[in-house]
Design a protein around this ligand. Structure first.
Ligand SMILES: C[S@@+](CC[C@H](N)C(=O)[O-])C[C@H]1O[C@@H](n2cnc3c(N)ncnc32)[C@H](O)[C@@H]1O
Length: 243
């Protein structure tokens, strides 16, 4: 029988608990991230998180929505991008990156191309005034590449993985992210021809229709992965800003 997972780090914030757990298996270990009571992700199979990152390209300035365990951001860096603004709602996760609670998070916090922000990505994309003034409530080390006024873009690519999809939200307030107004704002934050990509746990007809209404460039791409005995078809939606 599997051993119960070990709690690596736990913090209670304004929206609930953020927990990093580790499961020890016969052939290694798996990290699990629980946010606000919702299973956000684990490290067992991260092919689709990295597929999202593979949409970036050398020299691009990228916004990643949702730090999580850092798989997407790490893979974005491997695409030889110029910079990555990572916007993460949970201060705990940004703090754990600066504390190198996992080696991957630590590497990201130390990479000079990465700026970690504690902020709501919806607020960042819409540019509303209640956006936090500072980059990170967790105190970054000197020279971490953090700017004082929040990320405003423009970006060449915006890569979003903050929920399990519009039909499985980590926070109810995130529903706005998948609505036409915020999607339109996101496209306006892109450089001409820039890319908006959204990770989803499966196809979502409503989101697809909204993206198609915004641009004829909207696409739905499935990424089939094997998780244990299950094959799961994740979906990445993409759409381009006008060129
Ligand atoms: C599924 S995880 C991201 C996984 C990540 N792609 C990776 O490879 O490790 C979702 C992350 O988005 C964050 N998040 C949820 N809502 C958010 C929001 N509105 N703004 C910014 N981050 C948010 C969660 O706290 C969590 O860290």
């Amino acid at each position: 029988m599997d051993e119960p997972p070990q709690t690596v780090a736990r913090r209670t914030g304004p929206r609930g608990e953020v927990v990093l757990r580790r499961r020890t298996l016969e052939d290694g270990s798996v990290d699990e991230l629980i946010v606000n009571g919702a299973f956000a992700m684990d490290s067992a199979e991260t092919g689709s998180e990295r597929a999202l990152a593979a949409l970036a390209w050398p020299g691009a300035r990228v916004l990643v929505g949702g730090l999580g365990l850092g798989f997407t951001t790490e893979a974005v860096l491997a695409e030889r991008v110029a910079s990555v603004d990572v916007v993460e709602l949970e201060e705990a996760l940004v703090g754990w990156a600066y504390e190198a609670v996992t080696p991957r998070l630590g590497r990201l916090a130390r990479d000079p191309r990465v700026r970690l922000w504690v902020a709501d990505v919806v607020t960042v994309l819409t540019g509303t005034d209640d956006r936090p003034a500072g980059p990170s409530a967790a105190t970054p080390p000197p020279g971490a590449g953090v700017e004082p006024n929040g990320p405003t873009g423009p970006w060449d690519a915006i890569l979003l993985d903050v929920d399990n999809g519009p039909d499985f939200l980590i926070h109810a307030e995130n529903a706005a992210l998948y609505g036409t107004d915020v999607l339109r704002s996101a496209l306006r934050r892109l450089t001409p021809g820039g890319l908006l990509a959204i990770w989803c746990q499966g196809p979502h007809a409503g989101l697809r229709a909204r993206l198609e209404a915004l641009s004829p460039t909207a696409r739905e791409e499935r990424h089939v992965v094997q998780r244990g005995r299950h094959r799961i078809a994740y979906v990445i939606y993409t759409v381009h800003a006008p060129g």
